[in-house]
Design a protein around this ligand. Structure first.
Ligand SMILES: [Zn+2]
Ligand SMILES: [Zn+2]
Length: 239
């Protein structure tokens, strides 16, 4: 799966001579020798932002409607570690960005992302093992709770928010341990995407499946036992 530019997903291009381009995330103009085929550029200062800032800014500016592609582009950035609680925000953030683009609700996205970040911040690292509730699954509940406007007093919205967490958590559990924030992120995004399709008829484009590129960074990777491991012949990438 190709994923280059954080803003549009196009491949990066290396220039013969530097060009002055405004950073797509912060707007400051820099001379750069690398930009995407669509003309976007993200400056070094933005690439060095803490994970949650990078996720929030990118999801606000991106036009990548595929939440899996956007998640993978973000997970390639050094700020986002192999495992870590930043994935609890990453999951609802890419889903909200995708939903806002597909459903024509981009004006709401800034406020949604702030809410999601605050709520995801309450889910500590390691919740999968210590609470029996993976933060990526809870991230899908945060996503549906925000787009449906659920509160503890809602009826249908309350049900839907808990149902999407249940569905993604069920699939994450069946995939088995040990922890893998990448695997659980893929599963959560796919489960939430099919959920919004069934409930609201909104199709979040999740491409042709995932060939995970983070295996070498994960000491506990189950490799051929993981549906997302690119592996050898006869083991197609999971969907
Ligand atoms: Zn671009
Ligand atoms: Zn910048």
């Amino acid at each position: 799966m190709k994923s280059g530019c954080l803003v549009c997903g196009k491949d990066l291009v290396y220039l013969d001579s530097p060009e002055e381009i405004a950073c797509s995330l912060c707007g400051r103009v820099h001379a750069t020798s690398v930009r995407c085929a669509g003309g976007h550029f993200v400056c070094d200062d933005c690439h060095r932002l803490p994970a949650e800032d990078l996720i929030e800014k990118t999801c606000l500016e991106t036009r990548v409607a595929d939440p899996l592609l956007l998640a993978i582009s973000l997970m390639r950035q050094p700020a986002i570690k192999m495992h870590g609680p930043e994935h609890h925000f990453l999951v609802p953030a890419v889903l909200l960005a995708s939903y806002s683009l597909i459903a024509g609700k981009h004006d709401a996205l800034g406020g949604w992302l702030k809410k999601a970040r605050e709520r995801a911040g309450q889910v500590k690292g390691g919740s999968c093992g210590t609470l029996g509730a993976c933060g990526a699954a809870i991230g899908t509940g945060i996503f549906v709770s925000i787009i449906s406007g659920a509160t503890p007093l809602s009826r249908k919205e309350w049900m839907l928010s808990n149902l999407v967490t249940a569905r993604s958590l069920h699939e994450i559990a069946l995939a088995g341990g040990p922890r893998c924030c990448k695997r659980n992120t893929y599963i959560a995004i796919l489960a939430a995407s099919s959920f919004v399709n069934e409930e609201w008829g909104v199709v979040l484009p999740t491409g042709q499946g995932v060939a995970c590129e983070f295996s070498d960074l994960n000491r506990e990777c189950r490799k051929m036992e993981c549906p997302f491991y690119p592996g050898e012949e006869g083991h197609p990438p999971g969907v």
